[in-house]
Design a protein around this ligand. Structure first.
Ligand code: HEM
Length: 413
């Protein structure tokens, strides 16, 4: 790996270049963004629990089995902090229920939100998603160059979430910029995250206030009326902080992830003509292919806060530090997946962890799957022939808890 490290001189100028990824990793560097799968492959084999002194000390867990174990030990590995960044753990006070809650507080909040994302509700939204993608594709008709991320992927979840929140379509760019501030730029520059955090809190507080007098069939009203069922069977309303936090996490969880996944799938199809031709010829395979894209291009890496000194895979990990669970790495673990570094569209056994594992497993997975399938079906029906218009190495992948290509220039053939 030292040879590979030498190639990483192009790290962001204001960051100290990584010396050895096992003892000095920097998951917010350009080098990580560009080479994440290779770095993870090396760590899985050589040092499955990496450490860094950066970020006030943090660990990185890369093997499937270890990630699964850590995710289930919610007492030692708390979700009170879910990212590793330049902010000291003591300064992180973000409340995003249910993702920042541990048992026993977690499940009553999660249970209250789950019904909005069950398969029946999601199926009812499918016609609306078909309308969104059709109108986005209409706007691209006749063009020979399009950007799969800028012209398509980034709009699909935002337009859907606007509708779910019951806010005007003009909020789309604002939502995207808040998400970017929280999950991208704000990971390196805390002031950006703080400002976005204040704005989002104020925005959802005002939205909740509005629904008190103008209730509607939307997520804001649902959260406004949500109740926590206590152990004795009695109920209490969500507190205002819980309401704002829940809306916040739905916005954060619902936008960047799907945006990144649709972009990554188009990147893949633009660089693998045989896979593209196969999905055009066999559209029934798309749902299976979506699972494989989720495995291979898994966007989410999330953190835990270590509450007690413990061991992971025999390595000591210390209380007070944070630990990254690399779901993308678990999904390429050769101990679990055959041909892990190949996209196999009709893969049969695919117990991927793209949606996480344990009590925090993605609450929006039904919705995400539907969005991805509909977005790809519609794209391939409209543009069956296309290719990446630049060399794949020119695509830049975002850093932060959610990884995806922000630009995917495509030539329509
Ligand atoms: C491709 C799309 C998506 C991916 C890959 C994804 C991934 C994940 C992952 C890995 C987790 C677990 C986090 C952990 O272990 O702490 C998670 C949790 C969550 N996701 Fe998603 N997600 C996606 C889409 C969505 C959507 C569309 C929504 C809602 C609109 C959503 C809402 C949430 C929420 C609320 C949680 C927290 C659940 C809890 O703490 O119980 N996600 N997601």
């Amino acid at each position: 790996m030292t040879d590979v490290a030498a190639e990483y001189d192009d790290a962001m100028p204001d960051r100290v270049p990584v010396n050895d990824w096992a003892s000095d990793f920097d998951h917010l560097s350009d080098a990580w963004a560009a080479n994440m799968p290779e770095i993870l492959a090396d760590l899985r084999e050589r040092c499955p629990v990496a450490h860094t002194e950066r970020f006030f000390g943090a660990y990185l867990v890369t093997r499937y089995e270890d990630i699964d174990e850590v995710a289930h030990d919610t007492a030692t590995f708390s979700s009170r902090i879910t990212s590793v960044n330049e902010n000291h753990p003591d300064n992180i006070k973000l409340e995003l229920p249910p993702i920042t809650l541990d048992p026993p507080d977690h499940s009553p909040i999660r249970r209250a939100l789950l019904p909005a994302f069950n398969p029946r509700e999601v199926a009812a939204l499918e016609p609306f998603v078909r309308e969104i993608v059709a109108s986005l594709l209409d706007r691209l008709d006749g063009r020979t160059m399009v950007d799969g991320a800028v012209d398509y992927a980034e709009h699909v979840p935002v337009e859907l979430m606007n509708r779910l929140f019951g806010v005007p379509p003009e909020m789309g760019p604002q939502f995207r910029s808040w998400v970017d501030a929280m999950l991208k730029d704000g990971q390196v520059d805390i002031e950006i995250a703080r400002k976005a955090n204040r704005e989002v809190q104020a925005y959802f507080t005002a939205q909740l206030q509005d629904r008190r007098t103008n209730p509607a069939d939307d997520l804001v009203t649902m959260v406004l009326n949500a109740e926590v069922t206590l152990e004795d069977g009695s109920t209490r309303p969500f507190s205002e902080r819980e309401r704002v936090g829940a809306l916040f996490v739905l916005m954060l969880g619902g936008i960047d992830t799907t945006w990144s996944s649709i972009g990554a799938a188009l990147f893949h199809l633009g660089t693998h003509p045989e896979d593209r031709a196969r999905l055009v010829a066999e559209p029934a395979l798309i749902p299976n292919a979506v699972e494989e894209f989720l495995r291979f291009y898994s966007p989410v890496t999330i953190a835990r806060y270590i509450t007690d000194d413990a061991e992971v895979a025999g390595c000591p990990v210390h209380a007070g530090q944070r630990l990254l669970l690399s779901y993308p790495s678990a999904n390429r673990d050769p101990a679990v997946f055959e041909r892990p570094d190949e996209v196999v569209l009709d893969r049969q056994h695919n117990r991927h962890l793209a949606f996480g594992v344990g009590v925090h497993r993605c609450l929006g997975s039904n919705l995400a799957r539907m969005e991805l399938v509909v977005a790809l079906e519609a794209w391939l029906a409209r543009f069956p022939n296309f290719e990446l218009a630049v060399d794949p190495s020119e695509i830049s992948w975002s850093v932060g808890p959610v990884r995806g290509p922000r630009k995917v220039p495509l030539r329509i053939l």
